[in-house]
Design a protein around this ligand. Structure first.
Ligand code: KG4
Ligand code: ZN
Length: 365
């Protein structure tokens, strides 16, 4: 008989305050509740996350989210087996808020504390939603992250490449800001792009001319700004059609880059694992983009991989993935004590060389 575990998870590493309860029993994984309190309205005027504002909101909202998660699951704190919390990587103020809250809950209830790597949460999500077996390939593509991971075990990850500068979500957000579209930019750029011509602007596909799976998106962002400046210089402003064409061309450049690098990552993964039924999975907000999703599906089909995109609410930041990653760690005997510290940087694959530019933005991993 499989032992039943029930874990409360907390997430506060970026701009979503979240709490959730996940159980694993003989019936497999079950998400009993998942509460996410987003902060978009707090950061919208700034066109990006302001760390101090985020940390304060997390500190104010975490316990409310925990209460709601327990209530929705119909449980008391005494019913859970452990308290899992994102202890990095992320914005330090937010991570600290979560870790302090989890320590308080742990001391108060006598339940063990389990520190979880936020990226492990994303990477292990397909096991929670679809019981995918190890090993599998994951493309994690969000506002703060972009990397290929061979997921070999709950605590065993091999990075097969990643961005050397910005994450694609960040580039989508900056594009939206430049074009006056609002925040978060990804969905708004995607919407504009529907009426645009993706071939009008010849934007770069960075690093495609070089071998390997590393990516770069900051040059693309600058190229978009130059294309926009040129139109403004010519016509003293941009029309609605210009904006749609810029969005479509930008989105296509990101999709082309991700598709080609994913094709290579599938190849490397297959060489490395010789998996019988290889699976490509995705996580992160950018994986919500329809054009990008379709391209990745196509790449997977061509490479002979099954393609799995978990439900969107578990692709973006949430606490169910933290509870699940904590549960996998707990089952393996992994618990932490009150010396657990918040780690703003915490690469999943400790053996991989640090990415270029990884010191500049803080939350890179
Ligand atoms: O995973 P996520 O919710 O948070 C983290 O960054 O960890 O991802 C948010 C990012 C934002 O940058 C947002 O603009 C982007 O995902 N995003 C999209 C789309 N929806 C969200 N990017 C492109 N197309 C979309 N439809
Ligand atoms: Zn995330």
């Amino acid at each position: 008989m499989t032992k039943t575990h029930t874990v409360l998870g907390l997430e506060s590493s970026c701009d979503d305050t979240a709490a959730a309860i996940v159980r694993h029993s003989g019936h497999g994984p079950e998400i009993l509740s998942s509460v996410v309190w987003g902060q978009n309205e707090l950061h919208a005027d700034f066109g990006g996350v302001v760390p101090e504002i985020a940390a304060r909101a997390h500190a104010e909202r975490l316990d409310i989210c925990v209460e709601r998660a327990l209530q929705e699951a119909g449980l008391e704190l005494t019913d859970v087996d452990a308290i899992a919390v994102t202890s990095g990587p992320g914005l330090i103020g937010g991570v600290l808020s979560g870790v302090m809250c989890a320590k308080g809950l742990s001391v108060g209830s006598g339940k063990p504390l389990v520190g979880v790597n936020h990226l492990a949460g994303h990477a292990l999500t397909p096991r929670m939603t679809d019981s995918v077996a190890f090993p599998y390939l994951m493309l994690l593509v969000s506002g703060g992250h972009c990397q290929f991971l061979a997921v070999l075990g709950h605590n065993q990850f091999k990075r097969l490449g990643g961005t050397i500068d910005d994450a694609p979500g960040e580039a989508f957000d900056k594009t939206a800001k430049l074009l006056g579209l609002g925040y978060p930019g990804g969905p708004l750029v995607e919407q504009e792009a529907r009426n645009g011509d993706p071939a009008r602007f010849n934007l770069p596909r960075p690093l495609l001319d070089r071998p390997g799976q590393d990516m770069s998106f900051s040059g693309l962002k600058s190229a978009l700004r130059r294309a926009c400046d040129l139109i403004v210089a010519e016509k003293s402003g941009i029309t609605k059609q210009d904006r749609a064409d810029l969005c479509a061309s930008f989105q296509m450049a990101v999709a082309d880059t991700l598709a080609e690098k994913t094709r290579r990552a599938c190849h490397v993964f297959q060489e490395m694992t010789k998996a019988q039924s290889p699976v490509l999975t995705v996580a992160g907000g950018v994986a919500a983009n329809t054009v990008i999703r379709e391209r990745l599906q196509q790449v997977a089909d061509e490479a002979g991989f099954a393609y799995l995109a978990p439900p969107l609410q578990f692709c973006t930041d949430n606490a169910a993935m933290i509870a699940w990653a904590g549960l996998e760690k707990l089952r393996d005997g992994g618990v932490d004590d009150l010396s657990l510290s918040a780690r703003p940087r915490w690469p999943l694959d400790q053996t991989a060389a640090p990415m270029l530019g990884s010191g500049k933005k803080g939350a890179k991993a």
